[in-house]
Design a protein around this ligand. Structure first.
Ligand SMILES: Cc1cc2nc3c(=O)[nH]c(=O)nc-3n(C[C@H](O)[C@H](O)[C@H](O)COP(=O)(O)OP(=O)(O)OC[C@H]3O[C@@H](n4cnc5c(N)ncnc54)[C@H](O)[C@@H]3O)c2cc1C
Length: 399
């Protein structure tokens, strides 16, 4: 039985492990973190297309059980004026809309499935370097241990060492100029927002929130800031972030200031990066997928779903192609156009989040957005983003 070493136990890693095991591979997942983090990564939108991949794994219902169904996004101006509603999923099909879940819930649903399938998942295994021989590939980890397999699959995220091994000249992720800072809160009297996530073009920054049926608020802000090193971001205390955000959003409409006033627990702060075009996705016995080769800003809510799509497509290629070289090449051919389209689309949305200091520009935006958004609920031009279904069966070789 051929063996795949899978580096990274986030989204793509466990998913590709599950699919490859179905295809008859021996798989093992190696994750750099020491243990699961129940708060890490806050929450994220799993889009219709990502849910379809989870459905194929039999995991959709479990994921949705702890999710906030979000087929709609309501936009408001910094003065509280309703600018419009857009679908968060295929237009005209709210029953197939996207869902917002805690990130660790998505991670643990996938990980529980790998556990149940008997797939080895090793924590504290940080890939240090890769070594190829004519007959196999060896992953060397920072703690001095190593593992050898027939192929190595890099699911190691935006900072991917695998990407750099494939191509030492690979581009580095580009900072978008925005941070994503968020957490959880509870505001007395604030009503739940069923089926909806709210987005506010605040006076000095973009803010999003939803309220679960039990009153828990999931919130995030996107302040525009010069790039800050990841460790420095982590080192800043929740109070530092909250004080800054309270000042930034003080003039925004209810409930934005109230959410920031009642925010509790840790605050997550992340730089938003993207990789619009990575020239090489594979070399010899090594391939990379997910954020490692096409990191997208969160604006389109599609990064995790793209990673899930990559997982099923790569496993199909390894199942159906005669050898790993042709499988990797086919995988890249199938995935690159879609991934790059989504990264570009998400970047275009993100531009609207950047704050303008010109009151005139804000007035124009607030006047024009309702016109743009008026037909959004019936506009099917983006449906292909959500309706990209990839069957596991062999009968659809071109998809
Ligand atoms: C603030 C923010 C909000 C986001 N919101 C959304 C959203 O709403 N919807 C959405 O779809 N996407 C969202 N994304 C993007 C989404 O998180 C990613 O696209 C998705 O997680 C990619 O999955 P992945 O498996 O490729 O990488 P990851 O989920 O990042 O997993 C990579 C894993 O590899 C591990 N790793 C890294 N280096 C090594 C190493 N050397 N050795 C071993 N393991 C290693 C990491 O610890 C990690 O567990 C958001 C991203 C950010 C930063």
């Amino acid at each position: 039985m051929p063996k795949a070493l899978i580096i990274g136990g986030g989204v793509a890693g466990p998913a590709v492990a599950l699919f490859l095991q179905r295809a008859g591979w021996d798989v093992e997942v190696f994750e750099a973190r020491a243990a699961p983090d129940s708060f890490g990564g806050l929450f994220l939108n799993v889009a219709t297309n990502g849910l379809a991949v989870l459905e194929t794994l039999g995991l959709r219902n479990r994921l949705v059980a702890d999710g906030h169904l979000c087929p709609y996004m309501e936009m408001r101006s910094g003065r509280g004026r309703r600018l419009g509603i857009v679908p968060n999923g295929p237009a005209g099909a709210p029953e197939r809309g996207s869902v917002v879940v805690r990130r660790e819930w998505l991670n643990s649903v996938l990980r529980d499935a790998t556990d149940a399938a008997g797939i080895r998942f090793t924590w504290n295994a940080r890939l240090d370097r890769i070594e190829e021989s004519g007959t196999g590939v060896t992953a060397h980890f920072v703690d001095g241990t190593s593992a050898t397999g027939d192929i190595l699959i890099g699911c190691d995220g935006v900072g991917s060492p695998t990407r750099r091994w494939i191509d030492p000249a690979a581009p580095e992720p580009a900072y978008t100029g925005l941070l994503s800072i968020g957490g959880f809160a509870r505001v007395d009297g604030l009503a739940p927002t069923p089926l909806t996530q709210h987005m506010v073009f605040g006076a000095r920054g973009f803010f999003g929130y939803l309220v679960r049926d039990d009153g828990t608020v999931y919130w995030f802000a996107n302040p525009a800031k010069p790039e800050i090193d990841r460790d420095a971001l982590r080192a800043l205390s929740p109070d530092t972030w909250l004080n800054e955000l309270r000042a930034l959003h003080a003039d925004d409409p209810y409930p934005v200031p109230q959410i920031l006033d009642t925010a509790t627990g840790p605050i997550g702060a992340y730089g938003i990066y993207e990789l619009a075009h990575v020239p090489h996705w594979h070399r010899e016995r090594v391939v990379a997928l997910g954020d490692a080769v096409h990191a997208t800003s969160p604006s389109a809510g599609q990064g995790a779903s793209l990673a899930l799509e990559d997982a099923i497509v790569l496993a199909r290629c390894l199942r159906d192609e005669p050898d790993h070289e042709s499988a990797f090449a086919r995988f890249e051919d199938l995935r690159r156009p879609r991934a790059e389209e989504v990264v570009a689309y998400s970047r275009a949305i993100g531009r609207h989040k950047s704050v303008t200091s010109s009151r005139f520009a804000v007035m124009i935006r607030d006047a024009l957005l309702p016109l743009f958004l008026r037909g959004a609920m019936r506009d099917t031009r983006n449906n292909h983003l959500y309706e990209h279904v990839i069957p596991w069966e062999r009968s659809h070789p071109g998809s």
